[in-house]
Ligand binder design. Structure first.
Ligand code: PLP
Length: 419
């Protein structure tokens, strides 16, 4: 979203026009930004056989998945419903990597019946795979490398107390099961959480896989998961993708040389591909001047964007309908009956009731983590492609809230009992 001639635009489309046409609150995504991020990653890893597996959970709208597919990348999923969405979007089962955590064997079976590839996340699952399939089902193994990296503690997944992956300390047990059942291991996977700050953190994880790879001579890929950090505000640190590409390429090619074969290098970016592409547009309901602080209450909240509350995430906020207004300090809050502060003490161009605010970096884990809390509707979603806005999800209605509810009337029974 860019400010041009006092108008905020996405690919030349004025965001206020989209607010007018589709209503508020509204998620808007920029397809060009997604393409740019894919291009950055591909360019940085030009020196290796790179496979990008978009982590669908970040933004799961089927039209976004179709956009990813038409950009030539694969997909990473964490549930059977995400598999179904990916299939609907036209992905071949072989392009779908399923990396569930703690799901039932019934769900694993369902997923395998759909033909996707599996990363095994626990020793019991590895054993189950051996018992069910013996040497007939090639799988990847998700390793917990015991590395503490990343941003907010809730998004760290690779440390020793994390539930994810099989501990590298259980290396011998993994190998014993693999040998006992002749399970074909074709990949090793780590995903050590979100918001890595530098290339060296990746390389530490990579070293663990390089070392472990010597146990498995038939590997096809090493999957380094994701965790690329994106900048959430001016001057924020983000993963230097060029430096990362350079360093990881050298280390990976060295490894392949020693391993004796060229393997594929996989990444599973979610946030990196879609975070910056999205804005959440909201309407200002009330400007409340309390003695200590001026609150701006908007028609949204943790039901639409939970990241500020859940991860202490910072989302830049701009007043798109008054870009030349005198800057003042405001705290932007939601309309949910919880403390749902979207931005504390922010400098915004003067805010008036009815103004439209944009919360930036809202593409990843925005809509996909939204809910109907307080019986509110979730926002509509729009994708701007080739200078044209496409509605990709309608706004909910009261029928959507009632869809699965069953009305049981107890009035008569109670009155009978009382008489
Ligand atoms: C969530 C997830 C990702 C994506 O993480 P981002 O921080 O959004 O890039 C990748 N791989 C797996 C297995 C995940 O669970």
């Amino acid at each position: 979203m860019q400010l041009e001639q006092n108008r905020y635009q996405i690919q030349g489309v004025n965001v206020l026009d989209m607010a007018e046409e589709f209503g508020l609150p509204l998620y808007v995504y920029d397809a060009d930004k997604i393409a740019e991020k894919i291009g950055q990653l591909q360019a940085a890893f030009r020196g290796v056989p790179l496979k990008i597996k978009y982590a669908a959970k970040a933004l799961t709208n089927v039209s976004i998945l179709k956009l990813m597919r038409s950009r030539g990348i694969d997909i990473e999923v964490v549930s059977t419903n995400e598999i179904r969405l990916a299939l609907l979007a036209g992905f071949e089962p072989g392009q779908i990597m399923y990396t569930p955590s703690g799901v039932s064997f019934t769900e694993i079976q369902e997923a395998l019946d759909l033909g996707v590839r599996l990363n095994v996340d626990s020793l019991p699952l590895l054993e189950w795979m051996g018992q069910q399939y013996g040497d007939r089902k090639p799988v990847g193994i998700r390793i917990n490398p015991h590395i503490s990296e990343g941003g907010n503690v809730k998004i760290q997944t690779g440390h020793i107390d994390s539930k994810f992956g099989i501990s590298i300390a259980q290396r011998d047990q993994i190998r014993a099961l693999v040998e006992q059942y002749s399970i074909p291991i074709i990949g090793l996977h780590i995903h050590t959480g979100s918001d890595f700050k530098n290339a060296d953190a990746f390389l530490n994880g990579a070293e663990v896989l390089f070392e472990l790879a010597s146990d498995y001579p038939n590997l096809q890929f090493l999957d380094f998961g994701s965790g690329f950090k994106v900048a959430y505000r001016e001057g924020d640190h983000s993963t230097d993708i060029v430096e990362l590409g350079r360093k990881v390429t050298v280390a990976f090619q060295d490894f392949c040389h020693q391993y004796g074969r060229q393997l594929e290098l996989w990444f599973e970016p979610g946030k990196f591909l879609v975070s910056e592409s999205g804005v959440l547009l909201v309407n200002v309901n009330i400007v409340k001047e309390n003695p200590a602080r001026t609150f701006v209450a908007v028609d949204s909240g943790l039901n639409h964007l939970i990241r500020p509350m859940m991860y202490d995430a910072y989302h830049e906020i701009v007043n798109v309908s008054n870009p030349a207004g005198e800057p003042k300090t405001y705290s932007v809050v939601g309309y949910i009956c919880e403390t749902d502060t979207l931005g504390w003490d922010r400098s915004l161009n003067e805010v008036r009731p009815g103004d439209v605010l944009a919360l930036k970096n809202a593409g990843a884990y925005g809509f996909s983590m939204s809910s109907n809390y307080n019986s509110r509707f979730r926002p509509a979603e729009v994708l701007v492609f080739d200078g044209k806005p496409y509605l990709i999800r309608r706004r909910e209605t009261f029928d959507d809230l009632m869809r699965n509810q069953i009305e049981v009337d107890f009035e008569e029974e109670i009155s009978v009992k009382n008489n």
